[in-house]
Design a protein around this ligand. Structure first.
Ligand SMILES: Cc1cc2nc3c(=O)[nH]c(=O)nc-3n(C[C@H](O)[C@H](O)[C@H](O)COP(=O)(O)OP(=O)(O)OC[C@H]3O[C@@H](n4cnc5c(N)ncnc54)[C@H](O)[C@@H]3O)c2cc1C
Ligand SMILES: *[C@@H]1O[C@H](CO)[C@@H](O)[C@H](O)[C@H]1NC(C)=O
Ligand SMILES: *[C@@H]1O[C@H](CO)[C@@H](O)[C@H](O)[C@H]1NC(C)=O
Length: 420
């Protein structure tokens, strides 16, 4: 049983997990002058995935953290998305319009690079403790607002805090601790979807012309889909989804030892207009990093606050990757939560509850949209041939301005911190 000594460190906020959500919250708390530490299980920062697309709804917050210029310099603006059904181009959605409608275009960037910016903005090694695996949180039961929370590692170290934030991802330990000790609404309820992701980040593709710069592709194959996103210097990051043929362990998130051959085994022979010879293989073979992982879905969402413990990002609401909103929602959460924590520490006892009310609704809307969009995109929104027809109609007929008009609820909502 770990015990506290007079030398046990105390901060206002302990953040569990140095993922995108945890580091964004840290950067905002730093800006507000609130004391905190970030506890990260892994010995080195290891962002999962290859690239990331940052949508207008999270870019305003990143701009407030002073990161927009840096991101924009090292990312590529999305100008359009070309939709292909096998080899046939169905049309182009003009995403360059996003800047006029929402102030920002979608930006695609290498994931480790982006993670590095957040790490720096959070305060780097001064505040992020690596190799700190949170095993328990004590003091939850005395939740009358003035007790101290004791965060304990698996090797018996302890840090005390007024507020604890679980930003520890889809298999959140914080969430499990809450549900075990005080009956949070739901235990982790992630389920393997039977699908796998394959993702990678390429070197520049020198055969592409300036006309190709900024164009993403949504490739709808007969048995799978693949999306490519333009990054700087005509690099691409790609992510595919396909039904897994019993060859994966459903309990593992990331496949160990996935190589370009793993990806080519699934997508290699398929058509892509950016492959030098018209194949996906030509793109995959220029990848610097490939990752294969299982896709999970969430059956039930918990309340995002319990006493003085809050959840954010994937720990609270994991969603399908079809519209690339998981990290953007973690950033939105962090932005709103930073203000709520600031108010709470200033004596507003209801501030954390207010965070959960606002964010549960938004996250649920985005998760519902992502799930429905996934059905449309894979032609499963309606039975028989109807799903295919609906998908074809949407991609062939809906004009770009209508896409932007529709996306207002998602991209036009741009939370920023109001405290200083
Ligand atoms: C292939 C793929 C592509 C994606 N593409 C996009 C995209 O383009 N745009 C987008 O917005 N989203 C995207 N997403 C979703 C996005 O990656 C996630 O939603 C986002 O990373 C979640 O961030 P997070 O901070 O909540 O959690 P995570 O990034 O999972 O971070 C959790 C951290 O907590 C640490 N941790 C866990 N347990 C403990 C513990 N007990 N003690 C201490 N530390 C712990 C972990 O090691 C990890 O570092 C994609 C997801 C996948 C799988
Ligand atoms: C995809 O399916 C259609 C119709 O079932 C078929 O005609 C076509 O040849 C298939 N394409 C590929 C590349 O397998
Ligand atoms: C999301 O979908 C679920 C299940 O279909 C529904 O119960 C819920 O009301 C929806 N929530 C929002 C905010 O749209």
């Amino acid at each position: 049983m770990p015990s506290s000594t007079p030398s046990t460190p105390k901060v206002s906020v302990v953040i569990v997990g140095a993922g995108i959500g945890g580091l964004t919250l840290a950067a905002f708390l730093r800006r507000l002058g609130i004391s905190f530490v970030v506890l990260e299980r892994t010995a080195v920062l290891t962002p999962q995935g290859a690239g990331i697309s940052l949508a207008p709804n999270c870019l305003a917050a990143l701009a407030q953290l002073g990161l927009y210029e840096k991101i924009a310099r090292n990312a590529q603006e999305l100008l359009g998305i070309r939709v292909y059904r096998e080899k046939e181009c169905w049309g182009t959605i003009d995403f360059g319009l996003a800047k006029r409608w929402f102030g920002y275009n979608v930006l695609s960037i290498e994931r480790h690079e982006f993670h590095g910016y957040l790490y720096e903005a959070a305060g780097g090694e001064g505040v992020v403790r690596l190799g700190w695996n949170v095993a328990d949180i004590l003091g939850l039961e005395r939740d009358n607002g003035d007790g101290v929370l004791r965060v304990v590692s698996d090797d018996g170290r302890e840090i005390h805090a007024d507020v604890v934030v679980g930003a520890d991802g889809i298999r959140s330990v914080t969430r499990r601790i809450l549900s075990r000790s005080i009956g949070l609404k739901s235990e982790n309820t992630i389920r393997f979807t039977g699908r796998v992701h394959m993702s990678g980040y390429t070197q520049p593709l020198p055969h592409l012309s300036t006309n190709d710069l900024g164009y993403g592709h949504w490739m709808l194959y007969n048995d799978s889909i693949l999306t490519t996103w333009p990054c700087k210097e005509n690099r691409q990051w790609f992510i595919g989804v396909k039904r897994a043929d019993n060859l994966v362990n459903p309990d593992r998130s990331v496949w160990k030892g996935a190589t370009p051959d793993t990806v080519n085994g699934v997508y290699g022979e398929k058509f892509h207009p950016f492959g030098k010879d018209g194949t996906v293989k030509a793109i995959v073979d220029r990848s610097e990093r490939v990752i294969a992982s299982n896709v999970f879905e969430e059956a039930d969402f918990p309340h995002m606050v319990q006493g003085r413990v809050a959840l954010l990002g994937d720990a609270a609401h994991s969603m399908t990757s079809f519209f690339g909103q998981g990290a953007c929602q973690a950033i939105e959460d962090a932005t709103v939560l930073a203000d709520s924590i600031s108010l709470f520490l200033d004596g507003d006892k209801n501030a954390l509850e207010a965070y959960s009310r606002v964010r549960e609704k938004r996250a649920q809307e985005v998760a519902n949209f992502s799930a429905n969009y996934a059905l449309l995109h894979t032609a499963r929104l309606a039975p028989l041939g109807l799903g295919k027809l609906m998908r074809a109609l949407v991609y062939r007929l809906v004009p770009s301005s209508a896409w932007m008009w529709y996306l207002e609820w998602l991209y036009g909502h741009q939370p920023v911190s109001k405290r200083r």
